[in-house]
Design a protein around this ligand. Structure first.
Ligand SMILES: *Cc1c(COP(=O)(O)O)cnc(C)c1O
Length: 387
């Protein structure tokens, strides 16, 4: 389709879903018990890091994802920081991850004192490529005494952190299988993929640990918040311990047995999360309907509307298209944003940021290709769509 026709019809399509006002990329929806649960917290005085809503929110997330344990944190970055530590990542280690991700992934790696090694993504999933992972490990890794080292740097490869971009599941079972061969624990960054599945199994239940985010722009929000999920009881216990200052339980004494964090999610935020969880299934259904409308619109236009791969299902957190080239991408961004329809390019690759440009990578051919072409479209639950 010619560009001049295509951009205005796209804006028309977005407006047919979201109306005539300024259209943000993603906004939260509070149409359930949010207000009531917040008032309950205030009335009961339980607004901080102790309270029934935190436990309830954790139980709801565990049940929804099918994880045995869930530990709530102040945000997704903090969850990832702690999860890396629980996976055994230490200062000076290397961690395999994606250059195509949001900065939080690499920030958490840095807090843990580790350095990322950037593995390429697949063009269809936008997430870590099992093929690229195997290629890099075969060429660079060496297993000694059950641990994997980078032959060139001599450093330990302590973990692998794949990320399910925009809620589209990556080939996680393959990634985990490869990491298992090398004895590398997988920590899934599932910040964007609450409600996304692979073969009926929730994303974030494939690795040793996974983390979620409930920031204001995610599928559901607690204002700010995160979660560590795992099936390992000992890890869950430790997660709870070090996110709450590593205090040894005692009726009145203050004794802490290691350097811990003040990372526990406040009850106020958890209250919001409980109310959001009550509506999650409904929100996901509405978001899938929005995606169906976009998919129908893009059919036959020559523009690829990103879809989950065979066997996977997406939460449709952020709808995404892949344009012909950077020129077309920039023209679309310019036009849509000037029309009050918010669109965004995918993140600048981590490997090109000052803090990480010295880090090792595998060439990142697909990551660069996608970086120049991917654009997100407005993806909120439309006004008035909820019952
Ligand atoms: C949102 C997000 C996080 C966590 O972000 P917080 O704002 O700290 O909750 C981590 N990784 C990715 C890929 C994200 O999109």
């Amino acid at each position: 389709m010619a560009r001049d026709d295509f951009f205005p019809t796209l804006v028309g399509q977005v407006r047919s879903i979201y109306g005539e006002d300024f259209i943000p990329l993603h906004r939260p929806v509070f149409e359930g018990n949010e207000r009531q649960y917040l008032v309950d917290c205030i009335d009961s005085n339980f607004v901080s890091s102790v309270g029934a809503k935190v436990t309830e929110f954790e139980e709801r997330i565990a049940a929804f994802t099918g994880s045995k344990y869930a530990v709530a944190t102040v945000n997704g970055t903090a969850a990832l920081h702690v999860a890396l530590q629980l996976a055994g990542v230490q200062r000076g280690d290397e961690v395999l991850s994606q250059a195509l991700t949001f900065i939080a992934t690499c920030n958490a790696l840095s807090y843990a004192g580790a350095e990322p090694v950037f593995i390429d993504v697949d063009r269809d999933t936008l997430g870590m490529s099992p093929e690229a992972l195997r290629r890099w490990l075969s060429a660079n890794a060496e297993v000694r005494d059950g641990q994997t080292f980078n032959r060139a740097t001599g450093r330990r490869i302590a973990a692998c952190v794949p990320m399910h971009t925009f809620g589209f599941p990556l080939r996680i079972a393959e990634v985990v299988a490869i990491c298992d061969e090398f004895g590398i624990p997988v920590v899934e960054d599932a910040a964007e993929s609450l409600g996304s599945y692979v073969d009926g199994r929730h994303t974030g239940t494939f690795g040793k640990l996974a983390t979620l985010s409930f920031n204001g722009n995610k599928v559901i929000t607690t204002g700010g918040g995160g979660m560590i999920v795992t099936d390992d009881e000992a890890l869950a216990k430790r997660a709870r311990h070090i996110t709450t200052t590593a205090k040894i339980p005692h009726p009145y004494e203050f004794v802490h047995d290691e350097v811990g964090y003040n990372y526990r999610l406040p009850n106020l935020n958890a209250a919001l999360g409980c109310a959001q969880m009550e509506r999650l299934e409904e929100m996901l259904a509405i978001k899938a309907e929005v995606a169906r409308r976009y998919a129908a619109f893009f059919e036959g236009t020559g523009v690829r509307f990103v879809q989950p791969i065979e066997g996977a299902s997406a939460n449709w957190w952020l709808n995404a298209i892949v344009l012909e080239d950077e020129t077309q991408r920039d023209a679309l961004l310019e036009y849509t944003n000037s029309q009050g329809v918010m669109t965004r390019p995918i993140w600048r690759l981590m490997s090109r940021l000052d803090m990480f440009k010295h880090c090792q990578h595998d060439g990142l051919e697909n990551s660069q290709w996608l970086e120049a072409r991917v654009v997100n479209l407005p993806s909120s639950v439309p006004d008035g769509a909820m019952r």
